[in-house]
Ligand binder design. Structure first.
Ligand SMILES: NC(=O)c1ccc[n+]([C@@H]2O[C@H](COP(=O)([O-])OP(=O)(O)OC[C@H]3O[C@@H](n4cnc5c(N)ncnc54)[C@H](OP(=O)(O)O)[C@@H]3O)[C@@H](O)[C@H]2O)c1
Length: 331
């Protein structure tokens, strides 16, 4: 009898020890998150050439997050090279930036979905003319129009996502890297997504393209570290923008301005995302959401949540399409 009660006692002690250890690990990881977000400074942009005539290259620079990167990097005294489809928007932003911040700017209008060899040759020529490139913001991306089962998605949208989010990312970086390697320093920010961390049903191709970005960033970051080049996949939850189709900001969903400000002030600080090397969570509420996701349930749980969420968004998007089609017919 006494040996059974001793075994039970030992079991309780073991359980308590495991419980205490688990709580201590979680508490330490939460403290690490708070330290990263509110105390630990990021690397200075001066390390990458701010104020010395170096250039920052930004893809998808005419709207949303990319446009904000262009303004904030120009305010930090980088010359800026802006790339997106719409030349008129790029020209307006370029003029505004030059007059506001007294830096140089260049633009190039191209559609990354085309994968046109001539565009990349032209990009290469322009980049060769820039004496010093300190920063690359790989921001351009395209997404499914609405959440759509893979089997129903058009070949055009699937190809566009691969061409912009994967091929465009690789080809642009390959053009710019030699400049950074020759100056022994550089910063490559890849604008990632939570959907790269949690596989997202109904946005499967976009989600996989962002997983590609995160894996590639980690591998490239390790390759380039000894060459003085910092690579960072910025894990992003929602931000108000045309792509997110969210118009109002909230605690969890910032405007591009505070979002980009956080990213640029926390370079090299993981923000709790220690399980993915060379990845960071710069914006505080996104970092807290990431901490909750990675410290509570397993990935299968979050994939299931994502499935339910995307099914709901799809239903509402299809109803909206029906309403718009009926309204157009009535006119
Ligand atoms: N917003 C979010 O909630 C969120 C969340 C996670 C990750 N992200 C990531 O953040 C990045 C920026 O997204 P955003 O929300 O700022 O998007 P956005 O407001 O829609 O801006 C997209 C930018 O890319 C350009 N662009 C789009 N398609 C292009 C193409 N085929 N060729 C060349 N340029 C193109 C657009 O300009 P033109 O139309 O003039 O070409 C625009 O400048 C993306 O990588 C996205 O995956 C966003």
């Amino acid at each position: 009898m006494s040996s059974i009660s001793e075994i039970t006692k030992a079991g309780v002690v073991l359980l308590a020890a495991v419980g205490a250890l688990t709580i201590t690990i979680k508490a330490l990881s939460f403290w690490r998150l708070i330290f990263d977000l509110y105390i630990r400074p990021g690397k200075s942009l001066k390390k990458f050439g701010a104020g010395t005539g170096a250039w920052a290259v930004i893809t998808g620079a005419s709207d949303g997050i990319g446009k904000e990167f262009a303004y904030q990097l120009a305010a930090a005294k980088f010359n800026v090279f802006l790339i997106s489809r719409t030349e008129s928007k790029l020209q307006d932003i370029s003029n505004d930036i030059e007059s506001k911040y007294q830096v140089k700017s260049r633009i190039y209008a191209m559609d990354f979905t085309k994968g046109d060899k001539r565009d990349y040759e032209n990009l290469k020529e322009i980049i060769e003319e820039l004496v010093d490139v300190g920063v690359l913001i790989n921001n351009v991306a395209t997404n499914h129009e609405i959440p759509t089962p893979f089997i129903l998605e058009t070949d055009e949208i699937v190809n566009n996502i691969v061409e912009v989010n994967i091929s465009g990312l690789l080809r642009t970086t390959k053009i710019i890297l030699p400049k950074m390697i020759s100056s022994n320093r550089g910063l490559i920010i890849n604008v990632g997504s939570f959907s790269g961390m949690i596989p997202t049903p109904y946005l499967s191709v976009y989600s996989a393209s962002k997983a590609f970005m995160s894996t590639w960033s980690a591998a490239l970051g390790a390759e380039l570290k000894s060459k003085g080049i910092v690579v960072e996949n910025v894990n992003t939850y929602f931000v108000v923008s045309a792509m997110s189709k969210i118009r109002r900001s909230s605690w969890l969903i910032p405007l591009p301005k505070p979002y980009v400000k956080s990213v640029l002030s926390k370079i090299g600080v993981p923000g709790g995302a220690t399980h993915i090397p060379y990845s960071s969570n710069a914006y505080p509420s996104h970092a807290i959401a990431n901490w909750i996701i990675t410290s509570t349930f397993n990935l299968s749980f979050w994939v299931k949540q994502g499935l339910a969420q995307q099914e709901d968004i799809r239903k509402r998007a299809l109803k909206k399409r029906e309403r718009e089609a009926a309204a157009a017919k009535a006119q």
